[in-house]
Design a protein around this ligand. Sequence first.
Ligand SMILES: Nc1nc2c(ncn2[C@@H]2O[C@H](COP(=O)(O)OP(=O)(O)OP(=O)(O)O)[C@@H](O)[C@H]2O)c(=O)[nH]1
Ligand SMILES: [Mg+2]
Length: 1130
Amino acid sequence: MGHTSLDKIIALQNKPANIRNLCILAHVDHGKTTLADCLVASNGIISSRLAGKLRYLDSREDEQIRGITMKSSAISLHYSVGGEDYLINLIDSPGHVDFSSEVSTAVRLCDGAIVIVDAVEGVCPQTQAVLRQAWLENIRPVLVINKIDRLIGELKLTSQEAYTHLQKILEQVNAVTGSLFTSKVLEERAEKDSEVREAGGGDNGEQVYDWSAGLEESDDSDLYFSPDQGNVVFASAIDGWGFSIHQFAHMYSQKMGIRSEVLLKTLWGDFYLNAKAKKIMKGAQSKGKKPLFVQLVLDNIWSLYDAVVLKRDKEKVEKVMSSLGVKVAARDSRHSDPRVLLSAICSQWLPVSQAVLTMVCNRLPSPLDMAAERVEKLMCVGARRFDCLPEKTQELKRAFLECKSDTSAPVVVFVSKMFAVDSKALPQNKQRPLTQEEMAQRRELARQRHAEKLAASQAADAPAQPLSQGRSATDSDHPGPDVLPDHGEAMTLKANKVDEEEGKEHFIAFARVYSGVVRKGQKVFVLGPKYDPAEGLKKLPEGCSTADDLCTVPHMACCSLGSLYLLMGRELEELEEVPAGNVLGIGGMEDWILKSATISTSPACPPFTPLNFEATPIVRVAIEPKHPSEMPKLVRGMKLLNQADPCAEVLIQETGEHVLVTAGEVHLQRCLDDLRERFAKIEISASKPIIPFRETIVRPPKVDMVNEELGKQQKVAVIRQVKEEQSKYPETVQVDSTGLVTLTTANRMATIGVRAIPLPEEVTQLLEANSDLIRTMELFNLSMKEGKTLEINQKTLESIQDLKRKLESYMQGRKWRSAVNRIWSFGPRRYGPNILVNNLEGYRRPSVWQCLEKERSRAETYREFDNSIVSGFQLATLSGPMCEEPLMGVCFSLEKWDMKLPRQPSEGDRVSPDDPARLDRSGDGVYGQTSDQEAQGGSESESVVPTGSSEGKRRNNSSLVDCYGPFSGQLIAAMKEACRYAFQAKPQRLMAAMYTCEIMATAEVLGRVYGVLSKREGRVLQEEMKEGTEVFIIKAVLPVAESFGFADEIRKRTSGLASPQLIFSHWEVISSDPFWVPTTEEEYLHFGEKADSINQALKYMNGVRRRKGLYVEEKIVEHAEKQRTLGKNK
Ligand SMILES: Nc1nc2c(ncn2[C@@H]2O[C@H](COP(=O)(O)OP(=O)(O)OP(=O)(O)O)[C@@H](O)[C@H]2O)c(=O)[nH]1
Ligand SMILES: [Mg+2]
C-alpha cells in the first residue's frame, strides 16, 4: 500500500461511520510505540523494514535517547477491510506514570483504545490505571497481548505452558474490568433505589437488600476480553506479527472442512481435536489433550521460531515458507541476524497491522456510536444535574449524538492540550518542490542578474568621466550600485526577521470536533471551565452569533480560528475545514487557550468536564537563570512551558522564587530540558527538589523513647515543661494543663478559647479523599449565604450523605459527641483535611451539611464575625508553627468566644464617618497578606455577610476600628494565634509524603533492591513471586524526601534488571518527635544529654525552615575545646 494521498483522507473525514478515533494505552515499555510503527508502516509512511526500530511517533530527541515516550502524538491512517475504507486517527500515548496526564488528554478525544499488555510482565500498575481511565471516559478498549516472542526466547516456555500463561493474563485483565463494572452497577443500583425511595415508595424496613440482582441483570458479556469475541490480538510487534483467532478459524475451516463459526467458538478454550472421529471435543485439560489453540495456532509459531531463530535450519525454513506461500528477499534470508528473516516471514504471513486494524474497524465504535451517557457526562461539570442545564444546552445533546457536519449544526470542539511546534515544522513554512513556472521565473531572474553584473564590470573598466554621467542617468529610473548596499541591508534585516520567526514557538491545539464543521478563520466562542451557559444565554441577545462581537460574558471569549491541521506524526498538513468526528490541530489559539478549552459557535454549549488527571504534581524545584539579567526570558519561557504541558505548574512563591511543579523526576528532567533548549533558550539552574511536608499532632505517648512506661515521674517532667513554656507565651495567652488556649484580642474586646485534638487517621484519610465533595458542599453553603440556591445532583448528595455517615462512624466516643454535626469549617482553603468544631454553648449556626437538610431551622443564624473565626482557622491551617507547612489531621475545637462589643455607635462616634471603606482597606493593609486572601477563598463579600444587610454590617464593622485596626481583623489574628498555640500545646509531628512503588526483580538482585530500599528509609509491604516466572514483585513505600535518584540507583545496582515507577500514595506521620529531648533517667543513659543522634524529623524540619529563611535553633559548636596532648606542649 502506498502513501495515502491527502485528498483521500479528506474524503474519508466526511464519513463519520468509517472513522475510528483511538489511542494506544499500556504500562511503560509494553510496546505501544513499536506497535504504532507497524501500523504506520502499513500506510507506507515508513519502510516496513524499519518498523519497530524507528519509533516514528517518538519524534523528540530525548524520547529517542531514553527510549520512552513523553508526549502523546497523533497520526491519521487509512485502512480498507471488507470493501470499506476506514480513516483511523491513532494517538500513541506515554506509559510512564510521570506522563499520565498526556494519557488523559489523549483518552478524552477518542472513542476507543488499544490496551497493550506485555506477555511476560502481565498486568502492571499502569495497565490498571489506563483501563480505569478508559472506563471513566466511557471509551471501549480492545486488547493486544504483545511480546509473545519473549515467551519463546526468554522464558523458554513450551506452547502448552504459554497457553496457560496467556489464559492467566487474560484473567487478570478481565478481573480489572470486572471490578470496574461491578462498582458501577452497584452505584447505579443504589441510585435507582434512592429514586424509588424518594418517589415515596417502600420505606418499610422489611425490604431485603439483594446485592446480586443488579449484577445478574446487567449485561456485561461484551465488556470482557475474549479471543472468540474478536477483541483480543496476540502479537509480537517487534517481529511484525499478530493474529486474532478469526484469521486462524478462517484458515483452518478451508483446510479441515470444519465450519469457521465452530472453530471460532472452540479455538480458544478447553477443546481438542479428536483426530479419529474428526470432531472437536470438550475437556482437553481433564483428558490430557492438547487444546486446539496450542495445536493449531501456537505450535506453528513455536516451530517457526525453532527453525528460524534457534536451529537456523535452512531446509526447514524453505519448507515452511513454501507451505505458507511467503517469499522473502534474498538479502533478508542471507542476513546474519535470524530475526530479520523471521520478521520478514512473519510480517507477510500474519501482518500485525492487519490483525490490529481489522479488530479496530470491527470492534471499536465510530463517532456516530457515542453513548448518550458519555455525552451527558461530558456536558455536566461537577455536581450539576443534566436536566438542570438550560433547555437549549440539553438540545445540544442531539447534535453530539448525530455528529452532523452540515452547516446548520452548531460547532462544538474540545481542546485537550496545547503543544508547541517549531515554526519550521508548519506546512506553510515547509519547502515545497518548485513548479515548472517558478523554475523558469528563477532562471530568468538569475540571467538578468548575471547580465547586470557583466555590464557593471564593463562600466568599471571604462574611463571615470562617463561613469559619473552614467550614474546620474541611472539613478533617476532604477537603483544604481550606490543604492544597492541599502537594499542589501534591508534584505539581511528581513532575513533576520525570518530567522527570528523561525525560532518562535507556535502552539497547536490538540482537539476534536464533536459537532458541525470547523473552518479556517471561523469566528467562535472559547468557553472557560467556569463558563455557565445559563448566564451566557441570559446575557447574549436571542439568536446572536459569534459574528456580533458582543462578548461581555464572564469566562467566554470570542476569537477566530487559525489554520487547521491534519496531524501526521512528525508532520502537519494544512486543511481548509474539518467535519465532525475528527481529531485535528488548530493553530493561532495560544492567546485564547491556556491548556484546554471548549470551543463552540453556540453560547448554549457548556464547558466540558475537566480532564481526569491521575498524577498529583508533587516534585517542585525553584528555578533561576544563570545570569540574572535573563530573568525576563526565564519568565516568558516558564509561561510557555506551562501552556505546553498539561500537568506542569509554574508559580511564584511568597519568597519570590519561580517554582516549577512536576509529576516526578523524569517529568522534571524533561521540563528542564524543554526550558533550556526550547522555551527560554538560556542557561538555568534548578534548586534541589522542594519536598512538601505536613504538620500534625498526635496523642501523648504512653512509653518513652527507650520503651519504658511513662510513670508519674515523667508526668511531673511534662508539667514542668508546660510551665516553662508558659513563660514563653505573651501575657494575653493562657494555656491550661489540658491544652485549652485562651487568648484575648489586642483591644481586649473578645476572648477565645481553642483546643487542638488529633483526628483519627481514618477521618484524615476520608477528608483527603473527599476534598472535591467538600468543595461542592462549601460552594453550596456560600451560595446559600448569598441567598442563591445551587442544584446538586442526587448522586453527589448521596456521596455527601455517605461521607457524613462515615465520619460519624469514625468519630465515636465521648470526645467526639455530635462533633460531625457541629463542624464549622474545613481547612485550609475550606476543603483541607482539618476541621473546626463549634463547641460553644448557645451558638447554633447553620450546619455545613445544610445541603442535606430539607428545611433550615429558624433558630440557626450566623453570629456576627462568624467569618473572622473561619478565616483565622483557615490561616492557621495553611501554615503551621513547626515549619510553616500546611496542617493535616487536626481538629480545633472552639470552646469559648466572648465578645464585649460596645453599644451601637451614633453617627458622631465614628472614627471617620465619611469614608468607612477607606478604613476597611487600611485594616487590610495590616492583616491582609496575599496568603490571607487565598485562605479566605478570595471572597471579600464573605466578611460582611452576617445577619443584617451588608451595608449595615459594613458600617458596624468600621465603627469598631480602634488603634489596633478593624475588629474583624483583630479577631482573625487572634483566632489564628490561638490555633497555633493550641497546636503547640500538643505533641507535634511532621508528616512525610510517601510514594509507592512496585519493583520487579529476579532472585539474584533481590538482596540489592532491599539494600537500596532500606538505605532510603523505604518499607517493604509485600513480596511475591509472579506466577510462571522467576520474577519477584516487591511492593514498597518510600518517603518522597528520599526518592531522588532512587530509580537510577536501583537500575544501577541491579544492572538494569529492575526499574521501579514511583507513584504518590499518601501522607505518613514520621514517628520521631522533632522537639524531643531526653527527660527520664533511662533516656539520658541511652541517648546522652545532648541527644545528638540523628533525629530524622528534626533534620527535615530544619531543612524546610532554612529554605524558608526561618529561625533555626542549632547548636553549632558547644564547649569548643581543642584536643591536644598537654604533655607535649609543656
Ligand atoms: N521482545 C519484544 N520486544 C518488544 C516488542 N515490542 C516492543 N519491544 C521492545 O520493548 C521496548 C519498548 O518499546 P516501546 O514501543 O518504546 O514501548 P512503549 O510502550 O511505547 O513505551 P513508553 O512509550 O515509554 O511507555 C523496546 O525496546 C522495544 O524494542 C515485542 O513484541 N517483543
Ligand atoms: Mg512509547
